[in-house]
Design a protein. Structure first.
Length: 134
């Protein structure tokens, strides 16, 4: 599958978390990984706060290397605010979902891989494909 990964999903690959098994299954099913470049900052910050082993860092770097990074120009700020007026997501989550919405128009069979309930719910209201981790 073509998959857009957010930080919650990537961190579930790096650390032992409630969604780690689902994240591993999603990673196995993913052929192409897409992410907003900010995800690197988010995951790095989380790893700095939590601490990490050499193996965790290697796994993180391997994931980053496989990712097709998406930019978000500053000129999109007003559009993102309008987009988020309905979803009411946290700031970075709004950015992630906005980018997913843009990619979803051009990347065939794009699936959102997230374990953030609010983001998944907002995507579902738009009938966007969300990784089923149930």
């Amino acid at each position: 599958m073509n998959a857009y990964w957010d930080s919650s999903a990537v961190l579930a690959l790096i650390y032992r978390e409630p969604h780690s098994e689902e994240a591993t299954r999603a990673a196995s099913a993913t052929q192409s990984v897409y992410a907003w470049w900010w995800m690197r900052i988010e995951t790095h910050a989380a790893m700095q706060r939590r601490g990490f082993s050499t193996l965790q860092e290697k796994n993180w770097l391997r994931f980053l290397d496989a990712t097709c990074w998406i930019d978000m120009p500053q000129g999109k700020a007003d559009e993102i605010c309008r987009f988020n007026a309905m979803a009411k997501l946290r700031s970075a989550d709004a950015g992630h979902l906005f980018i997913f919405s843009q990619l979803e128009d051009v990347v065939e069979n794009l699936t959102l891989v997230t374990f953030d309930a609010e983001m998944a719910s907002a995507a579902a209201t738009k009938n966007w494909k969300v990784w089923d981790h149930s």
